[in-house]
Design a protein around this ligand. Sequence first.
Ligand SMILES: [Zn+2]
Ligand SMILES: [Zn+2]
Length: 375
Amino acid sequence: MSSRARTSGTTVRASVWTDPGAPLSIEEVWLADPGSGEVGVRVAATAICGSDLAYVDGHWECPGPAVFGHEAAGTVDRLGPGVTDLALGDRVVVTLIRSCGSCRRCMAGTPVGCLGRFALDHRGPLRDGRGSEIGQGLGVGAFAEAVTVHRSQAVQIGPEIDLDVAALLSCGVLTGVGAVRNTARVAPGSFVVVLGAGGVGLNVVQGARLAGAAQVIAVDPDPEKLAAALRLGAGTAVAVGDGVRHAVLAATKGEMADYVFVATAALSAIETGFDLLGRMGTLVLVGMPPSGARVSLDPVTVASAGQRILGSKMGSGLPARDIPALVDLYMEGCLELDGLITARYALEEIDAALESARRGGALRNVIIMEESLIA
Ligand SMILES: [Zn+2]
Ligand SMILES: [Zn+2]
């Protein structure tokens, strides 16, 4: 793939991050036109994900300046050479999963582990006024009016779903539902515990309900999130604390959980999750603690009880298969999306939107980039 300097491009408004703790600034930045195998997308809406906050707040390391935002949807507005299966104006969900389609992992059906190399990895598409590179956060950079991404990152969807709602499918919903369906392959009748009922955890709850789990027990410190979990299919919702083990014992008739999904960045939840597992139980790590975190576990129990630990990245998703399937579930009334959006903000209000998400009071806050594209 070409790594030649890109010369043609366009100017877009973007929210530029420089340092943890500093407010984001709205700036005009230069965005390269798509190169070979790439597409340009005019962004309609971008939801704020926990990963955006982890970078903005410095819990995960990233050199500044950078444009974050990766849970996005919009319409195709530029096509790079060789892209023949999308057309200008097509409505797409944009994901951070950049995959080549031909490496060993892609061929095995796990594009989140793609081994391919991409021109955009080598040289991102964003520049400041002096021509210096601005990082393309998580390979998307969608707190901006437009993005340039690899073709594999854009998944076409139909006109039936609004793009602010569809944006949620790109990360939080794909990650949560996919952790259940793809990573863990939860069997009907299972006992499922979900630690953390935020934007991802609530979608684990939805996924567990869709998988036919016999018991779905949601755990969170926030009463509003617990109420949302009950609405979305949890049979039991319990506040973080001493009562959790008792609640799981009661709901599983003493057998404890077949699956515990850790959908929070809180490190203590991983050890709590182990303690809630039954025999042959599976712990699924979905949320990501700060860089460098370590946990301890009892290997004798893991081995003797036949337990498993699975990491789930982006719900082990195949975006081109899973996102249209999620749209279908939404249209059939089987997947809640509208109710996951707490509030909508303009790009200029992004600091307020981030602060609301940081305080934990929001399920998903969505930045509306271009209102006219939404419906
Ligand atoms: Zn995300
Ligand atoms: Zn690949």
